[in-house]
Design a protein around this ligand. Sequence first.
Ligand SMILES: Nc1ncnc2c1ncn2[C@@H]1O[C@H](COP(=O)(O)OP(=O)(O)O)[C@@H](O)[C@H]1O
Ligand SMILES: Cc1ncsc1CCOP(=O)(O)O
Ligand SMILES: [Mg+2]
Length: 271
Amino acid sequence: MKMNIDFSKIFPLENAPLVQCITNEITCESMANALLYIGAKPIMADDPREFSQLFEKTSALLLNLGHLSEQRQESLLAASSYATRTRKPTVVDLVGYGVSDIRNQIGVSLVETHPTVVKGNISELRHFCGLPSQGRGVDSSMWDQGEDNLNELIDALQEIGGIYPATTFLATGQKDLVVNQKQVIVLNNGVDELDRFTGTGDIVGAIIAALLGEGHGSTEAIAGAVSYFNICGEKAKQLSFGLADFRQQTLNQLSLQMSEKWYEQVKGWEK
Ligand SMILES: Nc1ncnc2c1ncn2[C@@H]1O[C@H](COP(=O)(O)OP(=O)(O)O)[C@@H](O)[C@H]1O
Ligand SMILES: Cc1ncsc1CCOP(=O)(O)O
Ligand SMILES: [Mg+2]
C-alpha cells in the first residue's frame, strides 16, 4: 500500500528547532553540523544542573547510548525524566544495544519512559526484542537482514508496540522498518556505503528529533528523516570516490537536496 505521507512537506524547517543531544563523542560534531545543514539548531548539553532552564528553550531531545559512563548514565536518565515531565518529543537511539548488560539496562530504562521514537540498527533492535542477533559492536550484520529475519523483527516490534503504544520504533539497515501499534512501513532508499562511515544512524536520529521539534508526527518525522538522508547518500555516491569523500558528500547533500525534488525519489510502502 502507498505510504500516506506527503514528503514534499518535510522541508524546509520554518522554526529552526533547537535539538538537545546527549550523545557520544565519536559522532557528536557530525550530528551538530548535520542539524545545522538541514536548518535546525543543535545544543550538546548533558549537565543535569541546567536541565530545568534548558528544557524551557528546546524543541526536542535526542538520547544516544553510544559512549557510556556513570556520568553519561546520570545525564541520560535525568534528561529522560525531564522529557517525560515536560512532554518533550524524544528520540532514544539504542546504539550498541546487546553489547553489555549495563548498556541494555540503561536502554530499557529509557524505553520505559515511553519516548516518541526508539531507534537502532536492525541488529541492535533484534537484540532489544530478544531475537538472535549477529551485530558487531555498534554495527549491524547483513545476516540479520534477510526477508524472514525482517518479518520476524516486524512481528516482534508490533508485539512490543502493545507495551509502548506511544512509541514508534525504527530499525535501520538495507531496508528500514518503521513500526508502531497502527502501522508498518518499509523504506528502501540508500546505498550500501551508508553502512561504511560512522555516525549515519546517529545523524538520522538527530534529524528525526529535529523534524519532531518542527511539529511533524512521529511516522512522518522518521520516514522523512531516513528517506531524506538516504537520498543524500544516493546522490553522494554519484559524486564521490572513496569512503571519506562519500562521507563528506553525503553531509554536503544535506543542505543541497532540500531545494531539489528529493521527495520524488522516495521508495517505500505501508504493509
Ligand atoms: N546497505 C544499506 N543500503 C541502503 N541504506 C543503508 C544501508 N545500510 C545502512 N543504510 C542507511 O544508513 C542509515 C544508517 O543505518 P545503519 O547503518 O543501519 O545505522 P547505524 O549507523 O546506527 O548502524 C539509515 O538511513 C539506513 O537506511
Ligand atoms: C563507533 C561508536 N562507538 C560508540 S558510539 C559510535 C558511533 C556509532 O554511530 P552509528 O550508530 O551512527 O553508527
Ligand atoms: Mg547506530
